[in-house]
Design a protein around this ligand. Structure first.
Ligand code: IPM
Ligand code: MG
Length: 360
């Protein structure tokens, strides 16, 4: 297959981890007979420095005509002036919104080899396999913002249609897994959450009667996620709750550097990025953990390109490398591997992937 992949390295460790994922994708192309065109564009702080905008027109146009987008991370201290009018994060929010990528899939599946890196007791982690579906283009992130000398306000708004489409996406996923769906809100306090709960209940009752729905308040969910993570499967929630709960859930896996994500809309094009940030403190040192971005590339192969065997090959290689103890410094203090050493461990294992069929 021939695919155009727009690469947005961004800031901090973004360029290092995307380079690792691009090498992985190129190895997939070589092994399975595909042609991937990688087109690099600016986003975030790097784009502000070069053009004044965190999402230049050229970047958005390229993304709109791509088959898939691979993104590193945005942000850094040099663009964090609280009074600044433009911020790197605006570029990320704007591209998610402009492409209509409302369903952010964040799988959390602790790997046996990294259980020791988690602060949670290993017996609680056995068998944990979560899929968090975070609503990505609505809520408080996108509501009107005001600021005066005396006060500030961020408006949180959700429409029925915005809730319906992400709940449907999550329900389809639940159906393909254990059939269990947990919806997280703050319906005891927030009006948007009460709407969320009503719409979710109706959509599941009318369209997915086979899906078992449970509602949880976000504060108790934050506790249950650590106390009994095995009790959950697909979790659907609004934008900010999903942001917070998935950073928390990364501790089940052992490191923020292990969690990938896929941001999807109605079409095939998706944006794939690790859930971690730009980690400016370790940027440029060659020690960042690239597994989350490599796993995001696997999600890209699966969801945007429909290459399931190739996706499983990459995921299997990551799993084998973790089994072999190839850990970056966030996972071990004993002789940690560099970003490039991890990448090479994955690339070397890709040579073993079986090519079952050749496609054009
Ligand atoms: C994430 C990040 C972003 C978000 C930031 C960088 C804007 O934390 O993707 O989880 O809050 O969505
Ligand atoms: Mg986040």
């Amino acid at each position: 297959m021939h695919a155009k992949i727009v690469v947005l390295p961004g800031d901090g460790i973004g360029p290092e981890v995307t380079a690792a994922a691009v090498q992985t994708l190129q190895a997939v192309a070589d092994r399975y007979g595909h042609q991937f065109d990688f087109q690099y564009h600016l986003i975030g702080g790097a784009a502000i420095d070069a053009t004044g905008s965190p999402l230049p027109d050229a970047t958005l146009q390229a993304a709109q005509s791509a088959d898939a987008i691979l993104l590193g991370a945005v942000g850094g201290p040099q663009w964090s002036d609280p009074n600044a009018k433009v911020r790197p994060e605006q570029g990320l929010l704007a591209i998610r919104k402009a492409l209509g990528l409302y369903a952010n899939l964040r799988p959390v599946k602790p790997h046996a080899a990294t259980l020791g890196a988690s602060p949670i007791k290993p017996h609680l982690l056995q068998g944990v396999d979560l899929m968090v579906v975070r609503e990505l283009t609505g809520g408080i992130y996108f509501g009107d913002k005001t600021r005066s000398a005396e006060d500030a306000s961020d408006l949180c708004r959700y429409s029925v249609a915005e809730i319906e489409r992400v709940v449907r996406h999550a329900a389809r996923l639940a159906r393909s897994r254990s059939g269990k769906l947990t919806s997280v809100d703050k319906a005891n306090v927030l009006e948007t959450s009460r709407l969320w709960r009503d719409v979710t209940t109706r959509v599941i009752r009318d369209e997915f009667p086979d899906v078992q729905l449970e509602h949880q308040l976000v504060d108790s969910m934050a506790m249950h996620l650590l106390a009994k993570p095995r009790a959950y499967d697909v979790i659907v929630t609004e934008n900010m709750f999903g942001d917070i709960l998935t950073d928390e859930a990364s501790m089940l896996a052992g490191s923020l550097g292990l969690l990938p994500s896929a941001s999807l809309g109605e079409g095939k094009v998706g944006l794939y990025e690790p859930i971690h940030g730009s980690a400016p403190d370790i940027a440029g040192k060659g020690i960042a953990n690239p597994y989350a971005t490599i796993l995001s590339a696997a999600m890209l192969l699966r969801h945007s390109l429909g290459l399931e065997a190739e996706a499983q090959c990459v995921e299997g290689c990551v799993s084998d490398a973790l089994d072999a103890g190839v850990f970056t410094a966030d996972l071990t203090s004993a002789n940690p591997a560099s970003t490039q050493a991890v990448t090479e461990a994955v690339l070397q294992r890709q040579l073993q992937c079986q090519v079952l069929e050749l496609r054009d």
